[in-house]
Ligand binder design. Structure first.
Ligand code: ADP
Ligand code: MN
Ligand code: MN
Ligand code: MN
Length: 351
């Protein structure tokens, strides 16, 4: 045999408003028997855009352009996850293809800043429509013991959470850590910058990997009948919402004396607060109330170690005089491509 078959899961973002969702489909491809598989093994493919809110039925074929791949730890055979950009039939980026906009923003000058991102993806695990740990009637005991909690009655869904973390590591994704969150059934994983030599948390890599990690989480949830919700406020009332704190640095911020650049970036973001909020996730106003470790959506504040601020400068960053900032405003359902575009346009002054 001179060839073998590998299994590819093509993954892309649909056009559903207000929050784009994940879609994927599977196909086998022949590769050389001894070949190390790379992106070039995976050709363009098409899909029915009329079923994903991306095209009309009369002219429905859109293109999938492979842009990032990794091993698929959920495949029983040799499998790969193949993240794709969506293109029009003439091969121009589709209007819903926000990754293309991020590429353009980087080319327009943002790449020169050498930006790095680290996302803290919060999410809520649901079964039968309610968060794990919530009884069929009424509510669990008030928040307090659940954040970073351990033990039955405090942590709910650990098997899935751990399986996901292992799968991300097997896939070679840049996961940084994880923790149980403040509300029962709510968890967080971090992905992006983690200080490993030779690894780049540039905006495209970090954002692509976040989408791949989201796909793995949803896929593994299927095995247990558990739904992954990225809703910003899954339970109304005195229960924490779910966000996606976005940690960001430039070469200047990371260098000695970089605190000046961090403060300049925070001031630039203050002027563009409304433009940022516009792409920081649907229903984020339900989460950014000024309660539950958030700053009101109607205000902008930045400060050292302030978890009630819009932008937090970590204490250790302030002490060192350089490092990164944390934008605490994005909701769990934000699209990282949109987020990166907005932050980079503001900080690189590209509007
Ligand atoms: P928190 O205290 O806000 O919960 P976490 O421990 O959850 O913080 O996450 C820290 C985040 O900071 C990670 O996502 C990591 O990738 C990110 N981070 C650390 N250093 C940098 C840096 N220099 N540039 C960008 N992101 C960074
Ligand atoms: Mn965190
Ligand atoms: Mn958190
Ligand atoms: Mn945080």
């Amino acid at each position: 045999m001179t060839q073998r078959l590998v299994v590819a899961e093509y993954i892309w973002l649909d056009g559903v408003k207000p929050t784009q969702g994940l879609r994927s489909k599977t196909r086998v491809f022949p590769v050389g028997a001894e070949d190390e598989v790379s992106l070039s093994n995976f050709p363009r493919w098409s899909f029915d855009g009329s079923s994903t809110a991306q095209a009309e039925g009369g002219d429905s074929d859109l293109l999938l352009e492979p842009v990032r791949m990794c091993p698929n730890p959920t495949s029983v055979d040799e499998g790969y996850l193949v993240l794709c950009e969506v293109l029009n039939p003439d091969a121009t980026p589709h209007a819903t293809n926000k990754r293309a906009e991020l590429r353009r923003t980087l080319d327009a000058g943002a790449a020169a800043l050498e930006p790095w991102f680290g996302f803290e993806q919060e999410y809520t695990l649901l079964s039968e429509g309610r968060p794990l740990g919530f009884p069929a009637e009424g509510y669990p005991a008030p928040q307090g013991p659940y954040y970073c909690g351990v033990g039955a009655g405090k942590a709910f869904g650990r098997d899935l959470v751990d399986a996901h973390f292992t799968a991300c590591l097997e896939a070679g994704l840049m996961v940084y850590g994880l923790n149980a969150e403040v509300m029962p059934g709510q968890w967080e994983f971090q992905i992006g910058y983690r200080g490993l030599e030779g690894e780049s948390a540039d905006p495209l890599t970090a954002s692509d990997q976040l989408w791949l990690a989201r796909w793995l989480l949803c896929r593994l949830g299927e095995d247990e009948g558990v739904t992954v919700s990225l809703a910003t406020k899954p339970v109304k009332g005195d229960w924490n919402g779910a966000g996606m704190h976005t940690n960001f640095s430039t070469k200047g911020m990371r260098a000695s004396g970089g605190i000046k650049d961090i403060e300049a970036a925070a001031k630039a973001m203050e002027k563009k607060h409304a433009e940022h909020i516009a792409v920081y996730g649907a229903n984020n106003e339900e989460r950014l109330t000024g309660q539950h470790e958030t700053c009101s959506i109607n205000e902008f504040r930045y400060g050292v170690a302030d978890r009630g601020a819009s932008i937090r400068i970590p204490r250790h960053v302030s002490n060192n005089g350089c490092g990164y900032l944390e934008d605490r405003r994005p909701g769990a359902n934000a699209n990282p491509y949109d987020l990166c575009v907005r932050i980079l346009k503001t900080v690189a002054n590209l509007d």
